[in-house]
Unconditional design. Structure first.
Length: 242
């Protein structure tokens, strides 16, 4: 199996320039599936903190880079939407958030906000003992003893004890961001949710400051104003691949 990924075929959400080089780093196994971008791409191509995979491995070996509160030692670990990337030694903290067009970008946040992360509920089931297990968009499972949560709701999960510290219901009037499709990165309020009979995707009409757009339910995530951010780190889209 190849260890490289052709730039022309990477997901549209990856913050890499597609025509400057033939290959980039291939994401390893982990959360977010194929949409996850390798950590080394963010460290090298976006932030410019390393020049190569070798330098990235050394930096990670110092336990100085945290993802969702945990030190990471795999430079190919997939990083995806709403993950928290922290550099405590630099006092720098970022949330992965879609920009206009749906590409992943780094939104700078403060240290307190870096202690938890947003998750969209994609599954819900009862487990032995009577608790309810929520499955989030990145594959994380969270146990709760209340039954107030529904699919497509969003929750804020504490990075240390995995407790839920906030809950945003999926409903008309909710603030959402589009994380995929032609409207990726746009933020607005849900006007209507149209249920499609059968196995088709439900559609959502979202009102923004610039008008209204319609997309499928899978492409929207409920947020609140604290998750939008004002400043983003732009990608340099350069660097060598080894």
């Amino acid at each position: 199996m190849t260890k490289h990924q052709k730039r022309l075929s990477v997901p549209k959400s990856w913050p890499v320039e597609r025509k400057t080089e033939v290959f980039t780093v291939k994401a390893g196994a982990g959360p977010h599936g194929e949409a996850g971008v390798p950590l080394v791409v963010l460290l090298r191509d976006v932030l410019g903190y390393v020049d190569s995979k070798k330098e990235a491995r050394y930096a990670l070996s110092q336990d100085s880079i945290l993802v969702n509160g945990q030190p990471i030692n795999d430079e190919q670990r997939p990083i995806g939407i709403f993950d928290i990337l922290a550099f405590p030694g630099r006092e720098e903290y970022y949330r992965i958030f879609p920009d206009e067009g749906g590409r992943l970008s780094l939104t700078e946040i403060d240290e307190d906000a870096a202690g938890s992360r947003l998750g969209k509920i994609e599954g819900k089931q009862q487990v032995p003992g009577g608790d309810t297990q929520l499955t989030l968009h990145d594959g994380t499972n969270v146990l709760v003893d209340e039954n107030e949560y529904s699919a497509n709701d969003s929750v804020v999960v504490d990075n240390d004890d995995k407790s839920i510290v906030a809950h945003f219901p999926y409903e008309e009037g909710a603030l959402v961001t589009a994380v995929g499709g032609n409207h990726g990165g746009k933020i607005g309020e849900i006007e209507t949710i149209d249920v499609t009979p059968g196995s088709g995707s439900n559609t959502v009409a979202v009102s923004t400051d610039d008008g209204e757009f319609e997309t499928v339910e899978e492409y929207v995530v409920v947020i609140d104003e604290n998750f939008t951010g004002d400043s983003e780190t732009e990608s340099d889209d350069g660097g060598d691949d080894e």
